[in-house]
Design a protein around this ligand. Structure first.
Ligand SMILES: [Zn+2]
Length: 290
């Protein structure tokens, strides 16, 4: 019997044309998936995140202003209804990816712009923290959750929201000091900034080892670590590919539900949006492998 296809959450609502990569690249990744290039993957539209669930992770005033202050500048551009819907779809995709991973063992969402968002405000192109929402959703069913953040930048927003929650383990490996945070509990907080590309995968293995106690894995699969996407010089596509396999094989070996979000990946290093989408496809392929 062949295994069930991987379900990945995405809908055209994720996309606002003409804006930055955070709200445009998912469309290209979805097209690659639809053309069969990621393997046996099924795309599914999520339900939008609601105000009520966003207030579980954010200050109600931040949620209110995002919904109602139509003259405001959101993290990914000036307020518009399509932009708000994009944020709500992408955040809701994380919640639905949790439900799917709890059901079938694995899933993903083509969501970006999550981990810098703090409890009281957006930050660094992230309006709401879908990783934090996903963790609380998973904690309805499991006792411990790990968030593995391998974006180039640190998840200071995730730490702000969940750093004090004893059920949440945070492992964050960066190649850049933006949004860095100080671990306050060595049993649950793992943080390392890599400057030597040859040691990168070793640190990823250390982070996975650190996450051994968790019953559920949320993986923020940033591609802005790649040398040609503005990341660390010497951090090649081959290293990224091996990284994705390491993470997936670890979660499968441990038989814990696991899911991914796209996270960072920008044209800063000179790549086209299509090349960024191909990088993100590496994650989807690793998750979809039978
Ligand atoms: Zn980043």
């Amino acid at each position: 019997m062949s295994p069930a296809p991987l379900t990945v959450f995405y809908s055209p609502a994720y996309v606002v044309e003409g804006r930055m990569e955070t709200v445009t690249k998912a469309k290209l990744v979805a097209e690659l998936i639809a053309s069969g290039q990621a393997g046996d993957v099924r795309l599914q539209a999520p339900k939008l995140a609601t105000r009520k669930e966003l207030e579980r992770i954010h200050d109600p005033e931040h949620v209110r202003s995002t919904f109602e202050d139509t003259g405001a500048f959101l993290e990914v551009g000036p307020w518009s209804q399509p932009l708000l819907n994009s944020i709500l779809a992408s955040t809701g995709g994380m919640r639905d990816a949790v439900k799917e991973a709890l059901r079938s063992g694995r899933s993903g969402s083509l969501s970006s712009g999550l981990h810098h968002a703090r409890r009281r405000a957006g930050n660094g192109f992230c309006q709401f923290n879908g990783l934090a929402l996903a963790a609380l959703e998973a904690l309805k069913q499991v006792k411990t959750v790990g968030i593995l953040d391998l974006d180039a930048h640190a998840g200071g927003g995730t730490f702000d929201i969940l750093g004090a929650d004893p059920r949440v383990f945070l492992a964050d490996i960066t190649v850049n000091s933006f949004d860095s945070w100080e671990p306050t509990d060595p049993a649950r907080h793992f943080y390392y900034e890599v400057s030597e590309p040859r040691s990168y995968l070793g640190h990823v293995e250390d982070a996975l080892h650190f996450l051994e106690p968790v019953e559920f894995l949320i993986y923020n699969a940033g591609m802005d670590t790649y040398e040609k996407a503005g990341g660390l010089k010497g951090l090649t596509k081959d290293i990224i590919r091996k990284r994705e396999r390491l993470v997936v094989e670890w979660a499968r070996r441990r038989k814990i539900p696991h899911l991914f979000a796209l996270a960072g990946g920008y044209k800063w290093g000179g790549l086209s949006l299509a090349q960024i989408a191909e990088l993100h496809l590496e994650t989807v392929q690793a998750f979809a492998r039978p």
